[in-house]
Write a protein that binds this ligand. Structure first.
Ligand SMILES: C[S@@+](CC[C@H](N)C(=O)[O-])C[C@H]1O[C@@H](n2cnc3c(N)ncnc32)[C@H](O)[C@@H]1O
Length: 222
């Protein structure tokens, strides 16, 4: 985050930024857990992308997904709360010769861009990490053009990992677990629907708590 961003961030987002900064180098080196599932998500996402599109990615981490989608769209604004993640992402994009991705260190909560700026928004492995997912979804709805696609992959821990609720506060106390909100798939679907989206695709890889959803912003027409 810049100094200006830091003044607006809550103590919670500052502590998330510090956690993810500590994780960044390890996260960059870590192999993708399920390569086949990752590629399926890239493929499904691409069905919703076009070469003239302006795309926003929230919580882009070390930039791999933005770099992978860059050749298929006009421009990607890829954002993350962690300066270290963004530094690694910029280096990876430069190494790959990708010129149409702008990486920016900013929290979801603080994105200051005019409404209806984007054709698609990506938030992969993020919505369970933000303080207020309904507020984040409302912000995404405002930033998307009507009919724009919101592509998410979200750990729905209340459905399968109930024990996580017990260990999370201890892990957070010792700084080994970030802020994680525990909710189920039905809660997430409800948030998206209430937020003005229609879910058009949903997929959950086997043995994985993350639910992959493509939702389209309602146009307001009946
Ligand atoms: C689990 S990683 C996922 C990274 C990448 N999207 C992926 O799928 O590999 C979560 C990312 O979200 C970022 N993050 C966490 N809270 C955030 C917030 N409030 N605003 C923006 N980014 C956030 C972290 O810094 C981290 O890079």
């Amino acid at each position: 985050m810049t100094e200006a961003d830091d003044r607006t961030a809550t103590s919670q987002t500052r502590s998330s930024a510090r956690f993810w900064d500590r994780m960044a180098a390890r996260y960059a080196k870590r192999p993708i857990t399920d390569q086949a599932a990752y590629e399926t998500k890239l493929r499904i996402t691409r069905d919703h992308l076009r070469h003239d599109m302006q795309v926003l990615e929230l919580g882009c981490g070390t930039g791999s997904t933005a770099i992978a989608h860059a050749p298929y769209v006009a421009h990607i604004r890829a954002t993350d709360i962690s300066p270290m993640m963004i530094e690694i992402a910029r280096a990876k994009a430069a190494e790959s010769g990708i010129a149409n991705v702008a990486f920016e260190c900013v929290a979801v909560e603080d994105i200051a861009v005019p409404d209806e700026s984007f054709d698609a928004v990506l938030a992969l492995n993020l919505l369970h990490l933000v303080e207020d997912r309904d507020a984040a979804i409302a912000r995404v709805a405002a930033l998307l053009k009507p009919g724009g696609a919101f592509v998410t992959s979200t750990a729905c821990l209340a459905d399968g990992m109930k024990w996580f609720r017990l260990v999370a506060p201890i892990g957070r106390f010792f700084g080994v677990i970030p802020l994680v909100r525990i909710f189920g798939k039905a809660d997430l679907e409800g948030s998206l629907t209430r937020g003005g989206f229609t879910i058009v695709q949903e997929w959950q890889p086997k043995n994985n708590a993350a639910v992959f959803i493509v939702a389209v912003k309602d146009t307001g027409a009946d």
